[in-house]
Write a protein that binds this ligand. Structure first.
Ligand code: ADP
Ligand code: MG
Length: 227
């Protein structure tokens, strides 16, 4: 069970990561439902870690880079369900995490990012090189094995994994806006949120108890519960 929530500034998270990172590469996962603010938090944290360290020591390796290509999703009839656990290349994600763990610092590891404008992964969108701290963020980092996919192995490759929680109304509102920004009509955006995103969010919520830290953001501060 998680302990009490204590309010912390971003700097507390920065010091936690810098204090725990050793001489090798340190991998921090940020899990949570779509729209919770994982990518935003990862960006803020990377910048704040680099600022505190005085040099670029942190990089972001998004799980979203391992979306299966749209062509494949269309072939298998799963394009409408894009974002659900079986629309990701789990084996590829695991191989990427293993590469980050086993490749010496200073040797480049190419990592795919995800470009919302083209709704597709960008191979080698980021290159992790000398950075000793990697933040990997995504929906399903704490999922059980599912439909023959070895999600549970993700946690074994991370040094710690956090869960960013957010109220359902907030993520619903953010996802609607995101889908409309991405070109959907309001009706199509509502359908996507209700028939797909919020179902994913419910599944993801079942994984929260596995997190080392649970975070809830409010006005730039974080209510944090440690397991
Ligand atoms: N702390 C925050 N304050 C205000 N808006 C936020 C915050 N975190 C995220 N958002 C907004 O919410 C939306 C979803 O955030 P994002 O980081 O993309 O979520 P996720 O990666 O979990 O899907 C974005 O439009 C982002 O600008
Ligand atoms: Mg994101």
């Amino acid at each position: 069970m998680a302990g009490e929530f204590v309010e912390r500034p971003l700097g507390w998270l920065v010091r936690r990561v810098l204090g725990r990172a050793g001489s090798g590469r340190y991998l921090v996962g940020i899990a949570g439902p779509p729209g919770a603010g994982k990518s935003t938090l990862a960006g803020l944290l990377r910048n704040a870690i680099d600022a505190e360290a005085g040099t670029a020591v942190a990089e972001i390796a998004p799980m979203d880079g391992y979306h299966l290509p749209n062509s494949m999703l269309r072939t298998t009839g799963s394009f409408a369900r894009k974002g659900e656990p079986d629309t990701f290349d789990v084996a590829g994600y695991l191989a990427g995490l293993r590469r980050l763990r086993t490749t010496p610092l200073g040797k480049p590891v190419a990592w795919p990012t995800f470009d919302r404008r083209i709704d597709a992964p960008v191979p080698g969108g980021v290159v992790v090189d000398r950075q000793s701290i990697v933040l990997t963020e995504g929906n399903y980092l704490l999922l059980d094995d599912f439909d023959g996919r070895a999600w549970s192995a993700v946690r074994t490759l991370l040094d710690e994994c956090w869960y960013l929680d957010a109220p359902r109304e907030l993520i619903e509102d953010r996802l609607l806006r995101r889908h409309i920004r991405g070109g959907r009509t309001q009706a199509a955006a509502i359908r996507k949120v209700h028939e797909s995103d919020l179902r994913n969010a419910d599944l993801i919520a079942t994984t929260m108890a596995r997190a080392d830290l649970i975070l809830r953001e409010h006005a730039g501060r974080y209510a944090v519960a440690e397991r």
